[in-house]
Design a protein around this ligand. Structure first.
Ligand SMILES: C[S@@+](CC[C@H](N)C(=O)[O-])C[C@H]1O[C@@H](n2cnc3c(N)ncnc32)[C@H](O)[C@@H]1O
Length: 146
């Protein structure tokens, strides 16, 4: 199962860029995780791009009001989707500064939060990549996840 992470606008904050590069590099050992950077814009434009680019994928929208799961629960969902074998691409969708549109929410398979705090989208991206990395190490029984 491939994992794609969609975000609008290239990370501009220095600390976020370093975090993104670090986790993408670490994730190379664990298979297909791809970051796709879309054109920045308002909520409606970004949500429309996210929907178009993730057509046919299993969509997980990231939203501070979403379902709060533990890292182990994320790993269980990844495992279950892989076992079912129906999902070729799992896509995480990060929204614009005004968040996702209602139609994107409705078209998503799941809506997950990273915390109940509102995060700057580049910070949300770093936290998301770190969790994807943590799940990968957890599933392999590696010591990073303690
Ligand atoms: C600045 S936030 C948008 C905040 C916006 N006021 C809202 O109500 O959604 C930009 C994007 O970062 C992501 N994000 C920010 N905080 C998050 C959190 N705690 N959990 C999950 N995603 C988050 C979401 O994808 C969100 O659409």
């Amino acid at each position: 199962m491939r994992i794609r992470v969609y975000v609008a606008g290239k990370p501009a904050l220095d600390h976020a860029k370093r975090g993104v590069d670090d986790y993408l590099k670490r994730l190379r050992r664990y298979g297909h995780v791809e970051l796709i950077i879309l054109k920045a814009g308002d909520s409606a434009t970004v949500s429309a791009q996210l929907l178009a680019r993730s057509e046919g994928h299993h969509r997980i929208a990231l939203d501070e009001r979403g379902e709060a799961l533990t890292t182990q629960q994320w790993a269980d969902v990844f495992e279950e989707l892989e076992q079912r074998g129906e999902v070729k691409t799992l896509s995480f969708l990060i929204g614009a500064s005004d968040g996702h549109t209602e139609s994107l929410r409705r078209a998503s398979n799941r809506i997950w939060q990273l915390s109940s705090l509102t995060l700057q989208h580049e910070i949300a991206l770093v936290v998301l990549l770190e969790q994807i990395y943590r799940v990968a190490t957890l599933r392999k029984g590696e010591p990073y996840h303690r």
